[in-house]
Design a protein around this ligand. Structure first.
Ligand code: FES
Length: 147
């Protein structure tokens, strides 16, 4: 191996190593690193803070959590008519949707307007005694979590 050939092989080797490094970096760049969908299980509050008569309207998580003598239940705060965000009116104790004028009881039953009932969602309590609502898991209306 003369000096010229040795330097050519070193140069070729350097190009191959550089190409592999660039290819690896491109592969890492192209691979998604984050989940684009928000989590469906959301922590609302400590269980002991949700007593009979408590209503938590969590606009960010889009859930309504209600405390009853028999336990806790949760509903989606998204209007099932066309997907607008509802709001809780403490003075009337009703949930309403400003988009097309629907109103709901605290059990999600429609009182008036074009919408059907609010979706009831599964409630659990985690190991830290926090109420967790699964916004992706609809349950039959009237099923109260009593844990
Ligand atoms: S989106 Fe709520 S009433 Fe139409």
């Amino acid at each position: 191996l003369d000096r010229r050939r040795f330097l050519e092989r070193c140069g070729l080797g350097a190009w191959i190593v550089t190409g592999l490094g660039v290819a690896r970096a491109l592969m890492a760049y192209m691979r998604p690193h984050s989940l684009l969908e928000p989590p469906t299980r959301v922590v609302v509050a400590r269980r002991d803070r949700i007593t009979d008569g408590t209503v938590i309207f969590d606009r960010d998580q889009k859930v309504v959590v209600v405390g009853t003598p028999g336990g806790v239940y949760a509903m989606s705060a998204v209007c099932p008519h066309l997907g607008c965000m509802t709001r809780f009116k403490a003075e009337s104790g009703l949930i309403d949707c400003a988009c097309h004028g629907s109103a709901f009881t605290l059990k999600g039953e429609p009182l008036y307007g074009p919408s059907g009932p609010l979706r009831w969602l599964e409630v659990t309590v985690n190991e830290r005694n926090e109420v967790v609502v699964d916004t992706n898991s609809e349950i039959p209306a009237g099923k109260v979590f009593n844990g």
